[in-house]
Write a protein that binds this ligand. Structure first.
Ligand SMILES: Nc1ncnc2c1ncn2[C@@H]1O[C@H](COP(=O)(O)OP(=O)(O)O)[C@@H](O)[C@H]1O
Ligand SMILES: O=C(CO)[C@@H](O)[C@H](O)COP(=O)(O)O
Length: 464
C-alpha cells in the first residue's frame, strides 16, 4: 500500500493527512496551532508543521507529499535564503492604500481596475502579495533592499521540505501564483512589469509548476508535489469539477467554482484565480467568516454547539436584528477600515438567541453576495458544497440553504485542503488525478429567505 501525505498550512493551524494513494482511505492525521495575528514568522509555520507531522506518525513511509496553504502571504528571502521579516498575511490590511495607489497607477477612473483585471485576472486589494511588496518598499526600504526572492507560504514550506537552500529551487503552482498580482492565469506568465511597478526592482520568483509536476524530493526521498493555494486545494479535495460551486467557511469565507475559462472582473469582486487541476477558479473572498461565529460565542459566553442551538431557536431573520460582520475590516466589499455593526436592536431582539441567529445569518449573507457575484461572472449555482471549520456548525448547515437560495451539500467533517494536497501527491505517484470517492455527504434544503437578504443588504450598505 503506497501512502501519500497532504498538508494544509492555513491561517489558524497546520493539518497533515496521510492517505492510501490508491483508495484515498485516511490512515493517519495530525494538527498544530499557528500563532494569532495577521503577520507571522514563517519559522512558526515550520514548527507547527513538524508538530503536526509528528502527530501524524511521521512522513518517512510516504511516497509523495504536497502542501496546500493560505494564499497571498508575502515571504521575503535574502540572498542566503534567510527570511527578511515576518510574512504579511492575506488578512493584513495595512497595504490597502498601496492597493488603491497601484490600481490608480494603471489608469484613471475605471481604466485602472480594467487594466489589472485584463492583466492578471483580478483587481488587487490589500490581500494580494503585490500590494504588500509596495508597502514594504515604501515603509521598510532596508528590508526591501535585502529581499532577493519573494514566495508564498506553500512555496516556502515546500522549499524547506526539499532542503536544498538554493533560491533557484523555489517552486509554486498556478493557483497560488494567480493570487500574487504579478502572474497572469490567462497567459501563464509572470508580469514582471507589475512586480517592478510595485516593488521598484525585480526579484527571483518561484518556478510555476503544472498540476502533476514535482518540486523535488524530501530528505526521506518522498516526491514533493507542486502544492496549491488552500482554496484550490479544497476544490481538489472535494473532487470539484467544472461547474461545481464550493463555499468554504474558515478564517476567510470563500465562494468559488471550477471554470474552464479565466475570469476578469473589473469590479474586483471576483478574483480570477487559476485552480490546481489545469483550469480556473473564479473566487470571492471575505475576511470575516468562522471567526464571526467565534466572536458571537465569546460575546454570549457559550461554546459552538450552544451557539448553534441558540441560533436555531430564533426565528428566521432574527426578528429584524442584522449583524454586519466586518469584524476585521472587509475585503469584499473592499472596506478595509470598516467595523462590524448591529442593526434592529429592540427589547424583543435583545436576546442571546436573536444575536446568535443574526451572527450566523450576517456571515452567510456576505457569502450569498459572493454567490451573486459568481453568477454575474457566468457561473450557474444549482447547488453549493460547504466546507471549512464553520461548516461544523449545525446552525450554519441548516440556515445556509435559505440564505444561499439553493441546496447545500455538506461532506463529512474533514480536512479538505489537506486532502486536496494529498490528491496532488497521489497524482504524482500514479501519473493520473486520483478518483477517490467522497462518501457520507448530507444534503440540506430549505425555502429561500429573500427578506433576510434584503434586510442585510440595507444594513450592509449603511456600513462605510
Ligand atoms: N462547530 C463549529 N462551529 C462553528 N465554528 C467552528 C466549529 N468548529 C470549528 N469552528 C471554527 O472554524 C475555524 C477554523 O476553521 P478552518 O477551516 O480550519 O480555518 P483555517 O483554514 O482558516 O485555519 C475556527 O475559527 C473555529 O473556531
Ligand atoms: O485570501 C484568501 C483567498 O484569496 C484566503 O482564502 C486565504 O487563502 C486564507 O484561507 P483560510 O486560512 O481562511 O482557509
Amino acid at each position: 500500500m503506497a501512502l501519500v501525505a497532504g498538508i494544509d498550512s492555513s491561517t489558524q493551524s497546520c493539518k497533515v493527512v496521510v492517505r492510501d494513494a490508491g483508495t484515498g482511505a485516511l490512515v493517519r492525521q495530525g494538527r498544530a496551532a499557528h500563532p494569532d495575528g495577521t503577520s507571522c514568522p514563517p519559522e512558526a509555520w515550520w514548527q507547527a508543521l513538524q508538530t503536526a507531522i509528528a502527530e501524524a506518525g511521521g512522513l518517512d513511509d510516504v511516497a509523495a507529499v504536497s502542501v496546500g496553504a493560505q494564499q497571498h502571504g508575502m515571504v521575503c528571502l535574502d540572498a542566503n535564503g534567510a527570511v527578511v521579516r515576518d510574512a504579511l498575511l492575506w488578512n493584513d490590511t495595512r497595504s490597502a492604500p498601496d492597493a488603491a495607489d497601484l490600481v490608480a497607477e494603471l489608469g484613471p477612473g475605471e481604466a485602472g481596475p480594467r487594466a489589472w483585471a485584463e492583466g492578471i485576472g483580478s483587481v488587487p486589494v490589500a490581500s494580494f502579495t503585490v500590494t504588500k511588496l509596495r508597502w514594504l518598499a515604501r515603509n521598510e526600504p532596508a528590508n526591501a533592499a535585502r529581499t532577493e526572492a519573494v514566495c508564498l507560504p506553500h512555496d516556502w514550506l515546500t522549499w524547506r521540505l526539499g532542503g536544498s537552500g538554493d533560491l533557484a529551487a523555489l517552486a509554486t503552482d498556478r493557483s497560488d501564483a494567480s493570487g500574487t498580482g504579478y502572474w497572469s492565469p490567462a497567459t501563464g506568465e509572470y508580469r514582471r512589469d507589475l512586480l517592478k511597478l510595485a516593488f521598484g526592482k525585480d526579484v527571483l520568483l518561484p518556478v510555476v509548476l503544472g498540476p502533476a509536476d514535482s518540486a523535488g524530493r524530501t530528505a526521506s526521498g518522498a516526491l514533493l508535489g507542486p502544492g496549491a493555494g488552500d482554496n484550490a486545494a479544497a476544490a481538489l479535495g472535494v473532487g470539484a469539477r467544472p461547474g461545481d460551486v464550493v463555499v468554504s467557511i474558515g478564517t476567510s469565507g470563500t465562494v468559488f467554482s471550477v471554470a474552464t475559462v479565466p475570469a476578469a472582473d473589473p469590479t474586483g469582486t471576483v478574483a480570477g484565480f487559476a485552480d490546481a487541476s489545469g483550469h480556473f477558479l473564479p473566487l470571492v473572498c471575505t475576511l470575516n467568516a468562522a471567526r464571526v461565529l467565534d466572536a458571537a460565542a465569546t460575546m454570549l459566553g457559550v461554546d459552538h454547539a450552544r451557539l448553534a442551538e441558540l441560533a436555531l431557536s430564533a426565528p428566521a431573520g432574527a426578528g429584524g436584528l442584522v449583524l454586519v460582520p466586518y469584524l476585521e475590516g472587509e475585503r469584499t466589499p473592499n472596506k478595509p477600515d470598516a467595523t462590524g455593526s448591529l442593526h434592529g436592536l429592540t427589547l424583543g431582539t435583545s436576546t442571546p438567541a436573536h444575536l446568535a441567529r443574526a451572527a450566523v445569518e450576517g456571515m452567510l449573507c456576505a457569502l450569498a453576495d459572493g454567490l451573486d457575484a459568481l453568477r454575474g461572472q457566468g457561473a450557474t449555482v444549482n447547488r453549493v458544497v460547504l466546507v471549512g471549520g464553520g461548516a461544523r456548525s449545525e446552525a450554519v448547515r441548516r440556515i445556509a440553504p435559505s440564505v444561499f437560495g439553493c441546496p447545500v451539500l455538506v461532506p463529512p467533517p474533514g480536512e479538505y485542503v489537506a486532502d486536496g494536497a494529498a490528491r496532488q501527491a497521489a497524482w504524482l505517484t500514479t501519473g493520473q488525478a486520483p478518483d477517490w470517492t467522497l462518501t457520507g455527504a448530507e444534503l440540506f434544503e430549505s425555502d429561500p429567505a429573500p427578506t433576510v437578504r434584503a434586510r442585510y443588504a440595507e444594513a450592509r450598505d449603511l456600513t462605510l
